[in-house]
Write a protein that binds this ligand. Structure first.
Ligand code: GLC
Ligand code: CA
Length: 533
């Protein structure tokens, strides 16, 4: 890997969904000053970069992913000055800010769309896709057709997501220029990188698919293959499913993206978005090893993550989030974050948050799940069954206010939060975690320190040792003669023996006994041990 991408292996990124992170002015909505207040907490954990979900002006149909002004801040989140203050406070602590760029669509309240819909011959008329008739049968991500008739223009426009999120027409060079200017504007404010929303969709082929269109890479290069953007860290939210597609996005020589999110392992533990499926950590191991190996062989920068704002916490689908919550949360962390790549930790993961459980639709907010609920009911599914599906799959699972402590509203806000808090907040809050002998936070902190102190975990070669028929994930990381062996046991107590397991134990999640004196090489459920060889 060349030096530029290799240097990104030092990043440890924390994703913040600020609406639910910390409310500084007690109106029930998390905000930018609320993020600034928690910077020392994040530094203490070992974080050196933040990916902030969209905080731009937005009418909020899709919680900020429907932007109406890319150069200003949503009132609920604070002011432009608050963002500048956040950046300067982050700089003082050596932290980098990664903003969330949404180039595929805007809000229907963006001035470009307001103008565009007025007529076929105004300066913005070709900023979006307009057709006299629906050009195909595509379905929108959030339900219904992607084509919406507009009374004023008397044409249909394309929206891959909600009706309120019209897709931008990247075939129009003016749109490309607008997006370049927005990127440059934020670079000038001191932003160090971008997470780019549904990037594969910006080029379409109307006869085939609304992603991977013929000009995709041209548009990505237009954004990021420029002098001004050459030092940015960029991570694309991608549908790229094959290694060739991935190479086309992030091969360093192409000057497109630094890395991307690859979502195979996030589909684990469920049949589909709304239906669970029992699967073991073995499948998770095989999936992540496959991608880890491919990225390594191709000299590409990988991203390591299990959670984000669009999914319930993976520990609830793939681990045991009841009696063995600490053990499975820490085991999955080691399976993920000691591998080679850039770690992304989603808020709440660092103290073992799980999925919530609610049995009334009024406890949900997200447009995707509300639309899905209505479709379930319309299709004849009972209310009980429908709400079970929503409670399992809703994106709100990752968007409940962070329970910091045992005070009013769990320390998130003095006011009623915008969405009901986590259903297990009495039990699962940071204060309780910190007091517990089994603190997920303290484990994460130790694990991240180990990663920071040893270059082998950042740049070292990854090698998988366990075989497909055992219940273990065993791998080594080595660099310039320095070597570590990582052992993760899956659900059941089991025995295993490997060369490398005689070293000093430098990380363990069962502190009840000295893991170096392990009897018969027996590992307890979800037990991990990291040996220094
Ligand atoms: C991405 C975002 C998601 C959003 C969608 C449309 O998938 O992560 O939250 O709803 O794009 O912008
Ligand atoms: Ca607030």
């Amino acid at each position: 890997m060349k030096s530029k991408h290799e240097s990104f292996l030092d990043l440890v990124i924390y994703q913040i969904y600020h609406r639910s992170f910390n409310d500084s002015n007690n109106d029930g909505i998390g905000d930018i000053p609320g993020v600034t207040e928690k910077l020392d907490y994040l530094c203490d954990l070992g974080i050196n970069a933040i990916w902030l979900c969209p905080c731009f002006k937005s009418p909020n149909y899709d919680n900020g992913y429907d932007v109406s002004d890319y150069r200003d801040i949503m009132d609920e989140f604070g002011t432009f000055e608050d963002v500048k203050k956040l950046i300067s406070e982050m700089n003082k602590r050596g932290m980098k800010l990664i903003m969330d760029l949404v180039p595929n669509h805007t809000s229907n309240e963006h001035k470009w769309f307001i103008e565009s819909r007025k007529s076929k011959d105004n300066p913005y008329s070709d900023y979006y896709y307009w057709f006299d008739e629906p050009a195909n049968e595509w379905r929108a991500e959030f339900g219904g057709s992607v084509w919406e008739y507009d009374e004023s223009r008397k044409q249909y426009y394309l929206h891959s997501y909600a009706v309120q999120q019209p897709d931008l027409n990247w075939e129009n060079p003016k749109v490309v220029k607008e997006m370049q200017d927005i990127i440059d504007f934020w670079i000038d404010q001191g932003v160090s990188g971008f997470r780019i929303d549904v990037i594969d969709q910006i080029s379409k082929d109307f006869s085939k698919s609304n992603c991977f269109g013929p000009h995709l890479h041209e548009y990505i290069q237009a954004m990021f293959d420029r002098e001004k953007t050459k030092d940015l860290f960029t991570v694309g939210e991608c549908f790229a499913g094959s290694i060739d597609e991935i190479r086309r996005h992030i091969d360093e020589d192409r000057n497109e993206l630094s890395t991307l999110f690859q979502f195979n392992h996030l589909q684990l533990g469920r049949e589909n978005k709304w239906t669970p499926k029992k699967q073991s950590l073995k499948v998770m191991r095989d999936t992540i090893v496959n991608w880890q190996t491919l990225f390594q062989e191709n000299d590409l920068l990988h991203s390591l993550f299990t959670d984000n704002h669009d999914n319930s916490y993976l520990v609830s689908r793939m681990g045991n989030d009841k009696e063995l919550r600490y053990e499975s949360a820490t085991c999955m962390a080691v399976m993920t974050y000691l591998m080679k790549g850039v770690p992304f930790i989603y808020q709440g993961q660092e103290f073992g948050l799980t999925q919530s459980n609610y049995d009334d639709i009024s406890c949900f907010n997200d447009i995707e799940c509300i639309n899905a609920y209505n479709e379930f009911i319309d299709s004849g599914i009972s209310k009980e069954e429908a709400i079970k599906k929503i409670s399992f799959g809703s994106r709100d699972n990752a968007r409940r206010p962070i329970p910091w402590d045992n005070s009013k509203n769990y320390g998130f806000s003095d006011a009623q939060p915008w969405i009901p808090v986590h259903s297990r907040a009495d039990e699962l809050n940071l204060e309780n975690d910190m007091k517990s002998e089994k603190s997920v936070f303290k484990f994460y902190k130790k694990m991240l320190k180990l990663r920071k102190d040893n270059v082998a975990f950042r740049k070292g070669e990854f090698k998988m040792l366990s075989s497909s028929d055992d219940g273990f994930f065993v791998y080594t990381r080595s660099y310039n003669g320095e070597k570590f062996t990582v052992v993760c046991n899956f659900e059941e107590e089991a025995k295993i023996s490997f060369e490398g397991m005689d070293g000093e134990v430098v990380l363990s999640n069962y502190n009840a006994y000295d893991a170096s004196d392990r009897k018969d090489n027996c590992f307890k459920p979800y037990e991990i041990a990291v040996y220094k060889n």
